[in-house]
Structures are given as C-alpha cells and as structure tokens.
Design a protein around this ligand. Structure first.
Ligand code: NAP
Length: 515
C-alpha cells in the first residue's frame, strides 16, 4: 500500500467534534477552582472591565463555531488604556524591585494553579492539542517566575573616573509605557514573556492580543488582578481585525508610549517600525522565521528524526521557530526519509485539540491551510514527490505532509510555511548546506545534527541565526535569549538580556568632589 494511501486511510478516522467544548470546560474548571470564571469578554483597562460599542466573535478553529463574543475595542479604548498605563507608571516605577518581584511571583503561582483552565481556553481559541496548550501555559508562566527573580538583579555600574573630583555612575531606569502586540500562535506565552520583563523593569503595559485569541490575554488579566497587580499597570484591549489598524496606530504613535514590543509577521513588524519612527520609540521585534534543519552524514539519524518531528510538528507547524527547510546529506538521505516517514505514521494524530489522542490540531483558519496546500501544489509542479499526506482536508485541517526531492526554487523553500509541511532537500557538501541555509532574509532559529565536533563549531558559528539547536530540536527556555537576526527582528526576550529591552541607561556624573 502506498504511503499516500495509508495516510488517506488514517485521515478517514479524523475526529473533529461538531460542538465546541469551551464553555462547559471553562465552567467546570472554574467551579473546581471555586473562583471567578477565567472566561472574560470585556477589555481590561485601569483595573476595570471595559465594554465597547460592539463585539467580535472568537471561533473554535476546528469547527468554526463561535465560542465567545469579545468587546471590540477601538482607538478611544486604546487611548484610555495608554492614559491609564501612563498614570500608573508614575507610581509603579517607584515601587521596590522586591515588591514587583513578589507580585510577579503571585501572578506566576495563580497561573500555575489555574493551568488547566488556561489550557482549555488556549485550545478553544487556537485549536492547539490540550497537552501542548498545557505546555504553553507552563512555558509562559516560567517567564513570570524568571522575571520575578530578574527584577531584583537590575544592576547599574560605577565607572572608573578620569578625574579625581568626579564619580561616574550608570543607572538603569524603566523606559515607561510599553505597547505589547502579540500573535495567535502562543496566545498566552507571548504575553507572559514580554509582560514579565516589562513589569519587572518597572514599566506598565497595554496589551493588544490577536483577534483570533483574545481569551487567554483576558484570563491573564483576571489573574493579574487577583495577584494584586495595581490598576493601570497591565491593560488589555482586544479588538477585531477591522479595528486593529486604528488601535495599532494609537499604541504605536501616542507620545505617552515609550516602547513597542511586537511578536508577529515581518510585514506587520515593518509597518509598526515605521509608525514608531515619528516619536522615536524603543522597539523589540520578534518576527517571522524560516528555520533550516540540517542533517549531516555524521549525525545520529534516529536522534535527527526525533528532533525533526519535535521541531516541525509542534503547534501543527505554526511556530516561528518551526523547521521549514530540511537539508539532508546524500549518504544518509534515504535512511532518514524512511525513518521519518515511519515516525510520522506512528506519532501523528490529527483531530480536535480537546481530544486527548490528537497530536496535531487544525491550522488557525482556512486561509492558513490554503497557503500550505499551495506550497505543496507548487513543489509538486516543480518535481517534488509526496511521500506522505499532501491533502488539504475540511475546514482548516491540513494533512501532515512529507516531500522528497525538494529544490531551492520551490515556494516552500522561499517563504515561511506555518503548517505541517516537511520538505526535504538532498545536499552534498557542508558549504552547499550553509549557502542554502543562509540564503534567507529570516534569521531566527535553525537546527543541525552532526557528531563531528569541529563541524559543530564551524556550522554553529557560520549559520546566520539568533538561535541554533545542535543535536536538539526544541531549545526555547526562560533562561536563554530568544530572538532573531536579519529581518527576524530586534532585541531578545527571556534570559538576563530580556529585561534590558525595558530599561534605559542613564549616565550620572557626580562632580565637585574635591580630593
Ligand atoms: P501578524 O498578522 O503580524 O499579527 C500579529 C499581531 O499584530 C496581531 O495581534 C495582529 O492583530 C497585529 N497587527 C496586525 N496588523 C497590525 C497593525 N496595523 N497595527 C497593530 N497591530 C497589528 O502575525 P500572525 O499571523 O498573527 O503571526 C504569525 C507570525 O508571527 C509568523 O510570521 C511567525 O513567525 C511570527 N512569530 C514570531 C515569533 C518570534 O518570537 N519571532 C513568535 C511567534 C510568531 P490581528 O490579529 O487583529 O490581525
């Protein structure tokens, strides 16, 4: 039986429930916790839940069914939020590092206490399989934990002075109000990663979550309030895609905003950078990636297959650090393809995120599935072979797909995929692999497998990327810096560097100290 046919049979048993499980799941989880439900549908500004003239629907991507209607904030609500954050900044920046640390720690504790409910919300609005949603909540919370500690380690400097009557000091101070604009693929963790650093530094924030996934952001606001984070320090303005440009304009141009931290596509990042220019705002940009995954002849092929599965199919291929361009050296190419095909067959189950057996969910919307299907069609028209999957299914589901005989002229090698497509190109030399890997405007993450120590150093240094996984397919952690080079962005999140993006350096010269 051909692998395509076997895969088709598997798809026949795809289980996509017709009814959304969000509301019952949230209710029962909330009653278990004995606290206010975490499903909130209004904006959160200055410590109050804010209505808007209209509401927009949030849909379960697996079924298209509406799971909630959320207040559609516009520029007026965004301005209220900026003003509230600006007012709150005056007192928040005066709090002690230890005080901020304790509040972030309480917030972390509450997120962990409510992790199941938060995970149910993520699955309902993003379609992610539950175990991944739970992983996202814990990953996001790790940044609240990390930055609750980093808050107390913001050190300045005393610089040796060239003059005996002067002391030279360097102070670190919070930049001010930060606008935080986040995508749908990690609706909870992308907020925690930014806001943890911002609040630890003494900044206040206005968060604009993605239209598809505002529920996780609002649930985080509910828990921030419970943790005792003061009114105006953490604000959330959910809005529809229709209102996004006008809300974005307020958040990126208002003179009271000092900093923009954005995660999303490179195209949107460029737009926001242009808006930021007029008032010279500080910016952190976590933009699109196009990760290479290189397997050299010396690699442990089994480990490389495990790494490929993990780095490609997490969140159904919808992460900025997902491997997109697989390059496998000639001698091990056939063996790698065979083992990879078997691993896909054994490990991947496509279905509704709330089904415990699902390892892959739907893509965020039908357009996203269409984009992946187009990349498959284009690759096949240029000579690629479909070894597994290849079909777009109903709604926003796309089969996990393995392509062989891929070449660099194919769309999938040129543009970010954001879906469960695994295209594999055969190469002969290290130089060839490096040239292909570096021939991209994106420079976020990449991975390679090799057991040759000198090759490991050579290739790790030569790859034009912000993040390199060597013999590892999943590398992100709160302790390590996350961010890209080239057009993948500016700045770093997490680690000891993340908090620096929310701090200004002030030089103080203390003179008149006669020796
Ligand atoms: P997107 O379309 O750029 O959207 C991201 C956010 O920007 C959403 O909240 C969106 O709102 C908002 N937005 C869009 N236009 C705006 C405007 N004119 N003013 C203000 N805000 C605006 O990206 P996406 O499709 O959601 O996310 C996928 C992309 O994110 C991929 O390229 C991926 O690689 C990248 N990403 C990068 C990282 C990283 O750390 N480097 C992490 C995750 C994802 P609406 O939802 O209302 O459109």
């Amino acid at each position: 039986m051909s692998s395509l046919r076997m895969s088709s049979l598997r798809m026949a048993s795809l289980r996509v429930p017709r009814t959304s499980r969000l509301l019952p799941a949230v209710r029962s989880a909330s009653s278990r916790a004995g606290s206010a439900p975490l499903l909130r549908t209004r904006g959160y500004v200055d410590g109050r839940w804010l209505s808007a003239p209209t509401a927009f629907p949030v849909a379960d991507p697996a079924t298209g069914e509406e799971v909630a209607r959320v207040a559609d904030c516009g520029p007026a609500e965004a301005k209220l939020a900026v003003d509230a954050a600006s007012k709150a900044f005056r007192s928040w920046k005066q709090t002690t590092a230890k005080g901020r640390s304790l509040l972030l720690r309480k917030w972390f504790d509450l997120v962990m206490l409510h992790r199941d409910e938060l995970a149910e919300l993520i699955t309902s609005e993003s379609g992610k399989p539950m175990r991944e949603s739970l992983g996202e909540v814990v990953y996001g919370a790790s940044f609240l934990d990390w930055f609750s500690e980093e808050a107390r380690r913001v050190y300045g400097d005393i610089v040796p002075s060239p003059a005996r009557d002067r002391k030279l000091l360097v102070l670190k101070q919070p930049v001010g109000v930060a606008s935080i604009i986040t995508p749908w693929n990690f609706p909870s963790a992308m907020i925690a990663r930014k806001v943890g650093a911002a609040l630890a530094a003494g900044c206040t924030v206005v968060v604009k979550p993605a239209e598809d996934t505002p529920l996780s952001a609002l649930a985080l606001a509910q828990l921030a309030e419970q943790a005792g984070i003061p009114a105006g320090v953490f604000n959330v303005v959910p809005c529809s895609r229709e209102n996004t440009p006008s809300v974005g304009e307020v958040l990126c141009t208002d003179p009271l905003v000092a900093k923009i931290s954005f995660t999303g596509s490179t195209a949107t990042g460029k737009l926001l950078l242009k808006m930021a220019a007029d008032t010279v705002k500080r910016t952190s940009m976590e933009l699109g990636g196009h990760a290479p995954f290189i397997v050299f002849d010396s690699a442990d092929v089994d480990k490389a297959v495990g790494g490929a599965m993990a780095s490609k199919f997490r969140n159904t291929g919808q992460t900025c650090v997902c491997s997109n361009r697989f390059l496998v050296q000639s001698r091990i190419y056939d063996g790698f393809m065979e083992k990879l095909g078997r691993a896909m067959e054994a490990e991947l189950r496509l279905g509704h995120g709330s089904d415990p057996e699902s390892t892959l969910g739907p893509l965020i919307n039908a357009g996203a599935a269409e984009k992946v299907a187009n990349q498959v069609t284009d690759a096949v028209s240029r000579g690629a072979q479909v070894l597994r999957g290849g079909r777009r299914l109903g709604g926003s589901f796309m089969e996990p797909t393995l392509l062989a005989d891929v070449t660099t002229d194919m769309l999938c090698m040129k543009e970010e995929t954001f879906g469960p497509l695994l295209p594999v190109l055969r190469f002969n030399t290290e130089e060839e692999a490096l040239a292909i890997a570096n021939a991209s405007n994106a420079g976020l993450a990449g991975y390679f497998y090799s057991q040759d120590m000198s090759q490991i150093w050579r290739v790790a240094e030569a790859l034009e990327l912000g993040i390199v996984g060597v013999n590892e397919g999943v590398v992100s952690t709160a302790e390590a810096p996350f961010g890209g080079v080239k057009q993948s962005g500016l700045g770093r999140e997490g680690s000891k560097y993340g908090i620096q993006d929310y701090l200004e350096v002030k030089y103080m010269c203390l003179g008149g100290l006669r020796p």
